[in-house]
Design a protein around this ligand. Sequence first.
Ligand code: UVW
Length: 333
Amino acid sequence: MREIPDDPFPGWDPPGYRVDANGKVVGAEPGPRNNWGRFGELDQIGTANHLTPERVAAAAALVKTGKRFSLALPIGPPTPGGYRSEPLHFYGMAAGDGVLGSGRGGDRYPVSDDYVVMALQASTQLDGFGHVGGDSTLYNGYWAGLVTATGGARRLGVHHLAQQGIVGRAVLLDVARHLGVEHLEPGFPIGPDELDGAAAAQNVQMRGGDIVLVHTGHVGWKLGLTPGSADALMRSEPGISTRAIPWLHDNDVAMIATDTAACSVVPPEPGDEFLTWHVAALRDLGLLVGELFDLDALAADCAADGVAEGFFVAAPMPIVGASGSPLNPIVVK
Ligand code: UVW
């Protein structure tokens, strides 16, 4: 047998900080744009605080035709691929077995029960605040050490975001259409100019508490590729630049979601590392981040009727201590 080399290990020094009884790192400092303390020292829902009852009621008044759009990708093939395993779906009991004489209930009462095993981040999803931290800290200064394989997220679990759901005014910013392309090239960074440009082209004004849906056309393009081809396997994708973090903060955006796997541009722009944007968005702003939203049908409808806003509803699953949740987001116009 060949020798199996051990993984390199860099050594370990005990951290030079203290964690208080609330689970917060004493003296931790966020980045320059941040919401730490803004919604309360012990807040765990971040920019979901922007979704006030008044804003939700105003968003409900946007419903004019009752036309509905699910922004979810199917959980099951075809999926756009990425570095996470495909969701695994299997039956523990199946009605067909009953009909064939072997299942519970027989052919008189054929019964099905099934299971899904998947990364919560594998399809259309909400990133929870336990998903990505920076320098040992998570949103609002909570300690990243509170998220463990055995204990789950003892603070900032996605179940906190399930309590009231994500409900408000959706604004579709069609950056691809604004720039005159079917889909943005992989690696194309979307900064404040592209966001403002798309909003102006669509004659839509940003309001506090908006749920901003950025259409790049990427996932639709990706799903049309030959499986296994170089483009289908590529990790690069268009996405939001770190330069847009002040825009997201200053506009009091409640949620940003894209039709890409990472939301942020991949590869990152020069000067950024792979997770720089996630640290600024999740850890510093406590921003709700949606990924792999399927925006093609909604974008086409907004282009056709000139209405780029609607009522948004998405219910994260109350999985206690989870770092994310699959979503079936719905926009009603
Ligand atoms: C990581 O890459 C860690 O996460 P995401 O799927 O949110 O981009």
